[in-house]
Each structure stands twice: as structure tokens, then as C-alpha cells.
Write a protein that binds this ligand. Structure first.
Ligand SMILES: [Zn+2]
Length: 308
């Protein structure tokens, strides 16, 4: 079958099935990717939290990753001073008004590194840091967001939806976005529903392995256990050169976000990307686990390992 696809695509590329024969167009033959993932995040830099895993999916497993960015990132100016010189802006002029367009450019650059197929910019207000998940629920265009997310899930039939882990100590926008993504997934029939997981980077060495059961007031965010179901070690060697590892990809991605100074201070702090499974229900988890086993040294952990 693989050989047939190769022949067909070669013939299609040359627009001729057989030398000397009249040319006719063959339909493009595009096999389904082995893994289709939608990352739904609040801000243009949140993708860094799982950049190594996403890179491995797109570059080493042949998978597809799309990214939804809910806000315009206008609130991220607190630590943007170093970017003034980089972007040739004066101190008086400031960076605030330009942040949405600059950050859009930055996340597109990060997406080129990770291998993001499509970016969807939903342009919602970003009034800056908050711990309140209700802020987004009050200020964003919820009917439009819900419509967009449900349409995407329905039309693309993703295997997996990733959000940042909606822990109480993280940005309220991350919490709101996770709630909206879970809502959209839960609206689908169980058989076609994607699995949904929350991601957070951490390190066993500094005690930052995430623990999370549910965001208070939002039962849709309940996880199957309080602990990660799997993790990816960023120090896993890259496929074509064992002397190099996936931390390089994460550093490249972080470096794209010149306007986010504090974010740069996280450099090298996290060695692992941890994934917690939401309990929304999906018939795809077992098949997904098989696919992730192909990613290599990903660690299946704790409760799930015990239940298996
Ligand atoms: Zn964020």
C-alpha cells in the first residue's frame, strides 16, 4: 500500500501517469496522519509548555498539530523592555500598541520551529495577568469562541486536544481556555470525541511535577487522577543526532518570543512536559497511547500505569 501511494504521488507530481501517455490529473493521495492534535491556548507563547512533544509529533511521528490562540496577547508588556531595542522602538513610543502584531509574528516563528500546520488567532482581549478564570468568561466573545472550537473539532476530527493545565496558581486565561476547550469536546458524541489533556512543564529535580484534580467551580476540569498520565523528557535525544536533545527545540521556541522577558528567565528550568488526562471521556485514549508509545521514551506514569 505504501509503495502504491509512493507511485501515485510521484505520478501526480509529474502530472503524467506513464511516459508518452496523454497527461491527465490524478487526485492527490494524502494518507491520514498517524496523530492529529489541536493545541488550544490563551497566549502567543503558551505553546512552549509542550514544544518538545509537539516537535516530536510533527517531525518524528509524521503527525499534524494545529494551534488556537484565544487572546491577542496585548497584556504581555510587563517584561518587554529588552524587545524595544530589538524591534527598534523608542521608550516613549513604547511597545503596548504593537504587542498584538509583534506577538503574532513571534508565535508564527515559534510555529515554524515546532511544525504547526495552522494557526487560528481568535483576537480576544488580554487585559494582563489575572488568577481569575471568570475574567475571560466575562470579557470574551463566548458565543464566537464556542462556535469556532466546536466547528474545528467537528471538521478536523482531532485525536487529541491539548490545553495548559488549568491549575489555580496559573494565569486565569489558561484556566478559562481549558474550560472552553473541554466544553467543546464534551459536546461531541463519545465515539468521535477527542481525548483532552492538560500540559504543564516541570522537573522532578526541583519538585515541580504537577498535581491537579479539578479547578474549583469547574467540574469539567476534573482529571482521571491527580497525577500526570505521561510525560516527555526534553533531554531525549533528537532523532538524527544523539548528541543533541529536544531541549534545543524548546530554547529555540522561547527565543522567538523576544517581547516576553520573564518568560526567557524560565530558560532551562523545566526538564519534562507533563500531561494530565481530563475525565471528559473519549474512546480514543487506548489508541492514542499506542501512538504515543511510538514517540519513544515517554513515561507512562502512576495511576494509569497501575490501572493498565
Ligand atoms: Zn499564557
Amino acid at each position: 500500500m505504501g509503495r502504491l501511494l509512493q507511485l501515485l504521488s510521484r505520478a501526480s507530481a509529474s502530472n503524467s501517469w506513464w511516459p508518452g501517455c496523454p497527461e491527465f490529473a490524478l487526485p492527490d493521495v494524502v494518507p491520514d496522519p498517524p496523530l492529529k492534535v489541536l493545541l488550544v491556548v490563551a497566549h502567543p507563547d503558551d505553546e512552549s509548555e509542550c514544544a518538545a512533544t509537539l516537535y516530536r509529533i510533527t517531525h518524528e511521528l509524521g503527525g499534524v498539530v494545529d494551534q488556537v490562540i484565544v487572546t491577542n496577547g496585548a497584556g504581555g508588556q510587563n517584561f518587554s523592555t529588552p524587545a524595544l531595542d530589538y524591534y527598534g522602538l523608542s521608550r516613549n513610543e513604547g511597545i503596548a500598541k504593537l504587542l498584538p502584531s509583534l506577538r503574532r509574528r513571534e508565535v508564527m516563528g515559534a510555529g515554524r520551529i515546532i511544525g504547526i500546520r495552522h494557526h487560528y488567532f481568535l483576537g480576544q482581549e488580554d487585559a494582563g495577568f489575572t488568577l481569575d478564570p471568570g475574567e475571560g468568561l466575562r470579557s470574551w466573545d463566548l458565543p464566537r469562541l464556542r462556535h469556532k472550537l466546536r466547528n474545528l473539532l467537528h471538521s478536523e476530527q482531532y485525536d487529541l486536544v491539548l490545553t495548559l493545565l488549568p491549575a489555580q496558581d496559573t494565569h486565569g486565561h489558561h484556566q478559562t481556555v481549558a474550560v472552553l476547550a473541554l466544553e467543546a469536546a464534551a459536546a461531541m458524541p463519545l465515539a468521535s470525541r477527542p481525548a483532552v489533556a492538560g500540559v504543564r512543564a516541570g522537573s522532578p529535580a526541583n519538585g515541580t511535577v504537577p498535581v491537579f484534580s479539578e479547578l474549583t467551580g469547574f467540574p469539567a476540569t476534573r482529571t482521571t487522577s491527580g497525577a500526570p498520565v505521561w510525560s516527555f523528557d526534553r533531554r531525549t535525544p533528537l532523532k538524527h543526532n544523539a548528541a543533541l536533545n529536544h531541549s534545543i527545540i524548546v530554547h529555540w521556541v522561547i527565543a522567538e518570543h523576544k517581547s516576553q522577558g520573564m518568560f526567557q528567565m524560565e530558560y532551562g528550568r523545566h526538564t519534562h512536559e507533563y500531561f494530565l488526562q481530563f475525565a471528559t471521556g473519549s474512546e480514543r485514549w487506548d489508541a492514542l497511547w499506542q501512538k504515543f508509545a511510538e514517540l519513544g521514551p515517554v513515561t507512562r506514569q502512576l495511576a494509569t500505569a497501575e490501572a493498565a
